[in-house]
Design a protein around this ligand. Structure first.
Ligand code: TYM
Length: 376
């Protein structure tokens, strides 16, 4: 969606820019807000609400209610999510994956995870196939480091596993017209034909469980809202192919460390990558945009504004689990009792602690990565 006149919000699977208005996305994408009632329905199966639901990081859905109703009547669902391996993983990518792991554990269900090494090759002029395939492997280590269960996790590497995907991709592609694809994705005359066909491939894992097991169950897709255009076309085709429409649960974007916008690998100085060493994390956080005042005196007198502060957002999204302590930090900032430097130092410590553990698990994942590759 592009609106250059109002606030320059751009949200597509390939680009997110400007101040993201999530209410407006719900209206314009035609999704449903995650209501309190629905959250309570989730909570019944998950021993309380996960932080990302409590803090409304996940804010929108399609058919989550249907999936839960079916589940309560005995039809399970599978989880599906993925990654476009164009470089190292940043901590924004971890947000939906952490939640997916929680769902896998609580609902004891399979996860299909798609590594779209083909997508990133066709859409990015700078990247060679060899590189995206290498990043697919490296990014899978990040996924595994989060603690997914090998017996219930099936990673698909598109290029390597295309034989498994191709028949379903053809069934999907045959049922999506060029005009629908163009309207959904904004294709231009200059768009290469690989890219035009490609959305059929992202649809496949929604249906692959039936092919592998003979069990026709819905897929639930946790992801940020940028991926939603794919599901619009997939949902239209699903019924024609005899499958359930895939359901979604959409999260907000972890912002970058700069002003506005999401954390994005194309802006490395405002993104924290999972492979960043401690001194690099320290530098990036130290240079972050905050809601602080220009001078210490003003900060003490007038207080800061956590609502626009990127540092506060990181506590909010990932690095302060305790709701009470988070509220205290917010209040102390507003009252001028805490300075930006203190928050930055604390955040740096927490991020580096998390990353040092994550990096160890990531290295160990090299020994078990094969266990996670989709089995035929
Ligand atoms: P990719 O690699 O752009 O993003 C991977 C996942 O991370 C989410 N995401 C974010 N979440 C929170 N904050 C951010 N700043 C942020 N940036 C990205 C994305 O929404 C996504 O969930 N085409 C896809 C790969 C894919 C996929 C899927 C993703 C294939 N099948 C199914 C989700 C679900 C891609 O390039 O994702």
């Amino acid at each position: 969606m592009v609106d250059e006149d109002k606030n320059e919000m751009v949200v597509t699977p390939w680009e997110v820019k400007g101040r993201v208005d999530y209410e407006r996305l719900i209206r314009e994408f035609g999704t449903q807000p995650l209501t309190e009632e629905l959250l309570q329905k989730v909570a019944k199966h998950t021993d309380g609400l996960h932080l990302q639901l409590r803090r409304k990081l996940f804010f929108s859905h399609r058919d989550l209610d249907t999936v839960l109703d079916l589940y309560e009547k005995g039809t399970k669902f599978v989880l599906y999510t993925g990654r476009g391996p164009s470089g190292p993983v940043h901590i924004g990518h971890l947000v939906p994956w952490i939640f997916t792991r929680h769902l896998q554990e609580k609902f004891d269900t399979r996860l299909y995870f798609q590594m779209t090494d083909d997508e990133k090759f066709v859409i990015d002029d700078e990247l060679e196939l060899e590189e995206t395939r290498k990043f697919a492997y490296e990014n899978a280590l990040d996924l595994i480091a989060l603690g997914f269960k090998p017996e219930n996790t099936f990673i698909i590497y598109d290029v390597q596993d295309i034989d498994l995907l191709y028949d379903i991709a053809l069934e999907v592609a045959k049922r999506v017209t060029y005009s629908t694809a163009k309207a959904t994705f904004g294709f231009q005359e200059s768009t290469n034909i690989g890219w035009v066909f490609w959305p059929a491939i992202q649809a496949v894992p929604c249906f692959i469980h039936a092919k592998l097991t003979g069990e026709n169950v819905p897929a639930l897709i946790p992801a940020a809202i940028d991926q939603d255009p794919y599901w619009r076309i997939t949902r239209d085709v699903a019924a024609k192919l005899g499958y359930y429409k895939p359901a979604q649960i959409h999260c907000r974007f972890l912002p970058g460390l700069g002003v506005g916008g999401k954390m994005s690998a194309s802006e490395p100085e405002t993104s924290i990558f999972t492979v960043d060493p401690p001194n690099v994390v320290k530098r990036k956080i130290w240079n972050a945009f905050t809601g602080g005042r220009p001078t210490v005196e003003e900060q003490k007198k007038l207080g800061g504004d956590p609502s626009i502060c990127s540092v506060f957002q990181y506590f909010y999204f990932l690095f302060e689990e305790d709701d009470k302590k988070l509220a205290e930090r917010e209040l102390r900032c507003r009252n001028g009792e805490i300075l930006c430097g203190e928050c930055k130092i604390e955040l740096t410590e927490r991020v580096n602690k998390f990353l040092s553990e994550h990096q160890k698990k990531r290295e160990k994942a090299r020994n078990i990565i094969d266990k996670f590759h989709i089995k035929r």
